[in-house]
Design a protein around this ligand. Sequence first.
Ligand code: GLY
Ligand code: MN
Ligand code: MN
Length: 413
Amino acid sequence: MGRAVDTAAVATRRRALGQRIGRGTVLIPAAHQRDLERDYVQDNDLRQNNTFFYFTQLETQDAWLLMTVRGPDSVETVLFLPPRNPAQERWTGLRLGPDSVAVRLSGIATVLPTDSLERRAQRALRTTPGPVYVPLDVTTREEQRVLDLTFGARDVRNLRPIADSLRLVKDADEIARLRKAVDISVAGHIAAMQAARPGMFEYELEAALEAGFRRHGADRVGYPSIVGSGPNSTTLHYDVSRRQTQDGDLVVIDAAAEWGQYTADVTRTFPVNGRFTPRQKAIYDLVLATQQAAFDSIKVGVTSLRDLNRISREYMRAHSGTLCGPQTCDVFYIHGLGHGIGMDVHDVGDYSLPLRPGMVFTLEPGIYLTDENLGVRIEDDVLITATGAEWLSAGAPRTTADIERVMRGGRRP
Ligand code: GLY
Ligand code: MN
Ligand code: MN
């Protein structure tokens, strides 16, 4: 039925939403079980939708959350859950039902069966002026029917822009989840580096990587693992993992674990044989220095992620020398510097805003030289703090010397 809920954290989020809305009614449905035959079930049958999770931390399906906001500091919350079905629970395990267990776990005092949703929502509408906010993206046909029946001609607005803006700055609970997801991801990357041998197939490296994730408690992968060797190191989101590596290849692994609904996003590039060639090292060191230059330019309250992107390109252009032939290497840096992470790997939020404590984002410059089958990307996760910035994923070796040392460690008998 899920982990313990940080009831204070989610109550604070619901109050913050209330303050943003001022007056109105909010209704959020939970996710539904995926269908083994119809859907692509990669891990398990339910992943909560992010908006519902943000305000409840509950991993339970077919639920609804109703919040009645009568003033900035008055949010009345009701959780609706389907009644339990003992016969079905023989297949699914215990489910959360509308009873005292749910009250205790959720920290929400009023938990009712879903068949009382329409009545309660109508009552909320009669007593509460203001618009109705629903996350329009997660409404199924059945949910749409409930919304139409319940709210009719009321002023219905999309909750997502407001909920998403609240997610930009992470609270303590979210940061703890992200730290855990990052730590698990780091362990997986190290496992893959240490397993690497020339001649291995990419899928074998992927197996070592994801075994590392699961061994350390990952709930699932945060996104399909990218394990690209040789020519595939230059394809940004290569996720087929079928090629056999060859001595001399670089391998780009862009992969991360999800834990407690939050995902890391980490990339490491290493030589499959454990030794960078001088050419590989030269390109690698320029990417690394570019990443460091972006990090060193973080000024809390001043620079935005968009500014850092520009700074990183300028740095790479100015320090290319003749490394990339007649062109400067930024020509081969064909994507943005980074993005927020959180419940989505490319998390919601406005990247043009000045960085604030609690923001968590990636720094991931790269150079991709297709003519040489040589791709390098280095991606780390960074937390903005009151005094500056913290590398969250520093546990994964980042310099060529540290990578070679860790890989040698894996080769000891
Ligand atoms: N893993 C996808 C990305 O780095 O954006
Ligand atoms: Mn990324
Ligand atoms: Mn990535």
